[in-house]
Design a protein around this ligand. Structure first.
Ligand code: BTN
Length: 243
């Protein structure tokens, strides 16, 4: 994979987006940095990462035909790649919290921010931003985070980790482009955090309710069985898990 290494930038997602607009870049180009001054997370949140301790990078993926199922399936493939990579290094159970947070023992170890642009020819360009907590050991209490070092009590070489990740990532992108897409859904559901477990949720009006996750729909909605036996489909901003 074509790799651009930076010592600092605002956000690797923003850097890659700007670069791509100015210059035609090879598919799978990856931008990695030691430090982000404006790291971004999902739903307008920030992503904080201590300088040179973690992996913060973005990958360019292009030429997929646009439809809402393919867009979410890319999320699925990326989440599975990050999960598999983290599992290959850490000894604890790694799960995917819908839609694509990666958790180790209920604590966040990696986050994914995918930003898509649809082109006039019906294809889309994706900037896949990934932050993986590697050698950082201090996290503020409220974010419930962990790292490879906290779990395994050892330090990691970030270049080595990125090489390993790239191999796993390309494996999953190949599955996504093959006829074996069903396999991705099976693996995603097998590793979905709290699937089939009764738990408390909170809606947009801050009301709490009980429900049981049944799965995720092809377009990426969370399917929750409520106490009145109905199954409701929630979009990303419509529901929060309380765990
Ligand atoms: C989240 O869990 O909210 C998503 C976090 C994504 C963080 C990564 S770090 C590299 C890339 N650049 C960014 O600004 N964000 C993503």
């Amino acid at each position: 994979m074509n790799r651009i290494k930076l010592s600092a930038t605002t956000s690797t997602n923003d850097y890659l987006k700007d670069f791509y607009i100015k210059k035609e870049l090879q598919n799978h180009t990856i931008v990695v940095t030691k430090k982000q001054t404006n790291g971004r997370g999902q739903s307008g949140s920030s992503w904080h990462s201590e300088e040179d301790k973690n992996l913060t990078f973005s990958i360019l993926e292009k030429d997929f035909m646009y439809d809402s199922d393919t867009v979410f399936l890319l999320n699925v493939a990326v989440a599975l790649a990050v999960r598999k990579f983290v599992s290959s290094i850490s000894k604890t159970k790694i799960s995917i919290k819908w839609p694509n947070d990666i958790l180790a023992d209920s604590k966040k170890i990696a986050g994914i921010l995918i930003e898509n642009t649809i082109k006039s020819d019906g294809t889309f360009v994706s900037i896949i931003g990934i932050g993986i907590n590697c050698n950082q050991t201090e996290f503020s209490e409220e974010i419930k985070a962990t790292s490879l070092t906290k779990i395994n009590n050892q330090l990691y070489d970030l270049d080595f980790l990125l090489n390993e990740f790239e191999t796993v990532f390309l494996e999953y992108i190949a599955i996504l482009k093959s006829t074996k897409k069903k396999k991705l859904w099976e693996e995603y559901h097998n590793n979905l955090f709290k699937i089939k477990c009764p738990m408390v949720f909170e809606n947009m009006n801050n009301q709490k309710f009980m429900g049981i996750i049944q799965g995720v729909s092809p377009e990426g909605k969370l399917m929750v069985l409520l106490e009145n036996d109905s199954i409701v489909y929630f979009g990303i901003k419509e529901i929060k898990m309380c765990y």
